[in-house]
Design a protein around this ligand. Structure first.
Ligand SMILES: *Cc1c(COP(=O)(O)O)cnc(C)c1O
Length: 429
């Protein structure tokens, strides 16, 4: 079977042939690859072609595909159960392990996706404060529930308009969208409506518009302003968790959010999300409190085992150093290769996640990301894919390096990148 045949068959029964829109390659064009196997840094498609994988399932595969400790743990647990629908000690074990990395997550609730984690965090924030509004930043992605599918309007303080049909105006209006890294806009919003704002939710490094770092003082100011106004600060570390340090950006920067959302890595490739924070806030959740939240497969034992095994490996400091070293090598290599070819490329990096921007300066917010030469990306993407190196099928997604991406593999990608950058430079000339 070819990829084209697989896609055509899929499109007969699955909407657009995929179960998540970016997978359809709309932003870069062409036929998405259909995969049958993952091994270390590689994916194999239905045609038997192998690719070095820089998507890593959008983050969870931080150890690479088929890491033996994780596969063993999953198989061993699966032989005992696939699901209890009742408590198991594995949930306690994973929660304790997460809390040892994220001490601000005193109490934890497991869910099955990052979307559910942020949805629960915001319901909890509203339920605890009794306030209706939530502040988010343009270009930050917090999953696909109604209130978060709201993009920026013009101006600093814009009442949200829905990003998708099906999101009622009434719901969108409860989300204030502000520019990332713009603390004055946050001050203004709180001056005007501080008594109605339940929470500010933020990706402490924005990982869904490439990878945009916070300006010095931005996160600290968010902490100060929310505290002053009695609103909660929610860190969405679904991407950043375990990247710069075991305890995410909050550990690295010594910050204390009220609530933290995790996902992706904590399931090691199986569906898991988590929300956690101070006990006095978390205890508002059912069964202790009135804020309702539930899940048939929440805390699924096989997913817990996968997450535990993943975090176990990640807690080894020698391996974390190795991962960081590999990612740094790749970052330097990409920048130098592009410079050599005369291609404007700026790279950001948080541990093992990278942002690639076709621009000579680093963007600080969504407008500046949009102003980069993202139109070079589809040609870069296809040039790399033809050579067996698969990046995210959109200019605005992050690039992920796993423990399985050793220097030899990274070097082969840099060799391919040199050819592709050279052809991009020719085309631009
Ligand atoms: C991926 C992501 C989510 C949503 O997680 P899903 O598991 O896809 O629902 C939320 N927040 C951030 C920062 C993410 O990157």
């Amino acid at each position: 079977m070819t990829n084209a045949e697989a896609f055509e068959q899929a499109a007969n029964v699955l909407v657009g042939g995929v179960d998540s829109p970016v997978r359809a390659w709309k932003a870069v064009g062409g036929t998405p690859r259909f995969f049958v196997r993952g091994e270390g840094a590689y994916l194999e498609d239905v045609e038997g072609r192998r690719y070095v994988d820089y998507v890593c399932s959008w983050g969870p595969m931080i150890l690479g595909h088929g890491r033996p400790e994780v596969v063993e743990a999953v198989c061993e647990t699966a032989r005992k159960t696939l699901s209890f629908g009742a408590p198991s000690p594995l949930e306690t074990e994973l929660a304790e392990r997460i809390r040892s990395f994220f001490p601000t997550m005193e109490k934890i609730r497991f869910v099955t996706s990052g979307t559910e984690a942020t949805m629960t965090a915001l319901r909890l924030a509203r339920g605890t404060t009794g306030r209706p509004l939530v502040v988010k930043f343009a270009g930050c992605y917090h999953g696909h529930h109604d209130g978060m599918l709201v993009a920026a309007g013009s101006g600093a303080l814009t009442l949200g308009t829905p990003d998708s049909p099906g999101v009622p105006e009434e719901v969108a209006r409860c989300t204030l969208v502000l520019p990332y890294n713009d603390i004055e806009a946050v001050e203004t919003a709180f001056q005007k409506q501080g008594r109605e704002i339940a929470a500010v939710i933020v990706e402490p490094w924005a990982g869904n518009m490439g990878l945009v770092p916070p300006l010095p003082g931005f996160l600290e100011s968010l902490r100060e302003i929310t505290s002053r106004h009695g609103a909660l600060l929610v860190f969405d570390e679904v991407i950043t968790g375990f990247r710069p340090a075991e305890g995410g950006v909050q550990q690295k920067m010594g910050l204390t959010p009220d609530l933290t959302c995790l996902g992706k890595i904590i399931g090691g490739g199986l569906p898991v999300g988590a929300v956690g924070g101070r006990g006095e806030i978390m205890n508002h959740l059912a069964p202790l409190g009135p804020v309702y939240q539930a899940g048939t497969l929440a805390g699924n034992p096989v997913a817990m085992a996968s997450g535990l095994a993943t975090l176990e490996v990640l807690s080894r400091s020698d391996l974390r150093r190795q991962l960081d070293h590999q990612a740094a090598f790749f970052e330097t290599g990409l920048v130098e290769t592009a410079r050599h070819c005369g291609i404007p490329l700026s790279v950001t990096r948080l541990g093992s996640v990278l942002g690639l921007f076709f621009s000579s300066s680093l963007p600080r917010n969504l407008d500046e990301v949009r102003a980069t030469k993202a139109n070079l990306y589809p040609a870069f993407f296809h040039g790399m894919a033809e050579r067996g190196h698969l990046f995210a099928p959109s200019a605005f997604e992050a690039t992920f390096v796993s423990l399985a991406h050793d220097e030899k593999i990274l070097r082969s990608t840099l060799d391919a990148a040199r050819e592709v950058f050279a052809s991009l430079a020719e085309r631009r000339a």
